[in-house]
Design a protein. Sequence first.
Length: 284
Amino acid sequence: MLRIPPLRINDCGIADYPTGGQLGPRTMSDYEILWIERGNCAWEHDGRVEECNPGSILMCPPGMRDTWYWDPEATTRHGFIHFDFLSAFSAVMPSRRIVSDNDVLRPLLRHAIWLASHGDAGNDELAAQALRHALTWYVNGHFEQGTVGTSRDLHPVILRALRALHQIWGDGHKVPPGMDAWAKAAGVSRGHLARVCRQELDVSPQELMRYLRLDHGLLLLARTNYKISRVSEICGFQSQFHFSRCFKEAYELSPRDLRAQLREGGDKPLSKLVGLRRMVQIVG
């Protein structure tokens, strides 16, 4: 999971362009994330031209030279946020994402604009935080509300498997069952469970179970004063060392470092199940 560093918003707003208007050519001096609200346009950059319409979210990095050609038949409206990172950030962000009407990105981006446009004390920081959240979703590819458990139905096999885990973990200790026992409790073969997990979620059953346990560990570390050894026991890991190693692989910091980061006012890492949020509700 790519983490977004602190940032500063330089300019933002909602712009309406008349029929057949043009922006540029221009050379970017900072980052700009831009999304089309209404109308169509053509975006010329890096030796190519892309057709953009509502549902397009675009990223323009510093140094890019581009030109925008607005809809020749209708007014074009788009939202934009210019920003800079306050620390080194060398990752290449996707130049374009296509989202549906059910996305979470554009509401977050509009909220960041609203905050930045109201001069109340502290709003600049809140706007920057909102943009960081939006960029995290943008970069890591999780931006449909349907993928976080609001409207997308899980595959029946996945649903039965999760409900089986809920029963197995009924005492609150998330000790992993054997794969054969788990598949049997879900009413399928081990191979079928593996195929459905890979097809529907792009993870193996073992990975899915580990992510569920680590996600619960993340919650306990953030919201209780349990010792790390106790958290690892509740989450069904053989030892604190094993838990800490898996946790660091998943979240890029150790359980101890996580608590230190939270004490200093830092952000909690995104769940490994950020795209599978409904699972947490089912498994508990």
